[in-house]
Design a binder for this molecule. Structure first.
Ligand code: SAM
Length: 280
């Protein structure tokens, strides 16, 4: 029996530390340790990897990551009330769990972790998309992480894996699919959480490709895609007016009809357009 197995059930931890969930911090806790172990396993083999966990809360997923063999876990939690509960977990695994009280948007995980690094988190809904976009747009590629295994509201998960022509297809799909492999690997009903959120959730497993699928300058691609989807119902010749004086010719050269709408244009053609605009 490992030290982790001697810890009390999460409901007891929550009661003992007064961790009534706060909506402002996106707190919907997972209390079933079988479920948190399954999420940890969805990240693949953790032995020999350092794991960044954002928002450990009372530590259900943290326990899963440690019991699945993570070499080290860095847990970044904004809510000071959770820290003593997390310290109890750390005491059972000497040297394997580092806890930082702070905002994940402001912390540099590389100051604390050694590659290979995996990110595993049940993300707070209010900062989840912002963190994902940051992880998908680092200054250098390949990124600091090998994989991201992340719980999102189902609607956000669907936007990551969406294909052209679907309602969910947009900036997030292109940012992601350009240089990662992304799959939805678990669906969870609201009742899996305490308190239950209004919507279902999904776990997305993302692995970094060594190189982008198609060449393009990251900033030019991000800018043109943002412009194109900012007015997703407009034809591209109107949505991209002013991006270049000859934008219609550049669209045609990239294989895109100027009357097309962004939501129908596949990644490959956005990359061709970005390559053309990089020369403006
Ligand atoms: N991992 C726990 C679980 O699965 O039960 C809790 C998940 S809960 C959805 C999100 C957690 O993120 C909460 O513990 C919340 O306090 C924390 N959190 C919210 N905003 C944060 C931020 N900016 N940085 C770090 N943690 C944050």
């Amino acid at each position: 029996m490992s030290g982790l197995d001697t810890l009390p059930p999460l409901r007891t931890v929550i009661a003992a530390h007064g961790l009534a969930a706060r909506k402002s911090l996106g707190q919907n806790f997972l209390l079933d340790l079988n479920l948190t172990a399954r999420i940890a396993r969805a990240a693949g083999d953790l032995t020999g990897a350092d794991v960044l966990e954002v928002g450990p809360g009372p530590g259900g997923l943290t326990r899963g990551l440690l019991s699945e063999g993570a070499r080290r876990v860095l847990a970044v939690e904004k809510d000071s009330r959770c820290i003593p509960a997390l310290q109890e977990i750390a005491a059972t695994c000497p040297g394997r769990l580092t806890i930082i009280e702070g905002d994940a948007l402001e912390i540099d995980p590389l100051a604390h972790l050694t590659p290979p690094i995996k990110v595993v988190a049940n993300l707070p809904y209010n900062v989840g998309t912002e963190l994902l976009v940051r992880w998908l747009t680092p200054p250098q590629w390949p990124p600091f992480w090998q994989s991201l295994t992340l719980m999102f509201q189902r609607e956000v998960a669907e936007r990551i894996v969406a294909r052209p022509g679907s309602k969910a297809y947009g900036r997030l799909a292109i940012l992601a699919q350009w240089r990662v492999e992304a799959r939805i690997v678990m669906q969870l009903p609201p009742g899996a959480f305490s308190p239950p959120p209004k919507v279902s959730s999904s776990v997305v497993h993302i692995t970094a490709l060594p190189q982008p699928r198609f060449p393009a300058d990251p900033q030019v691609l991000q800018d043109v895609v943002a412009r194109a989807f900012n007015q997703r119902r407009k034809m591209l010749r109107a949505a991209l007016r002013g991006v270049a004086p000859d934008i219609e010719d550049r669209l045609i050269a990239a294989g895109i009809a100027p009357t097309d709408r962004a939501e129908t244009v596949p990644l490959e053609k956005f990359c061709a357009l970005a390559r053309s605009l990089a020369k403006v």
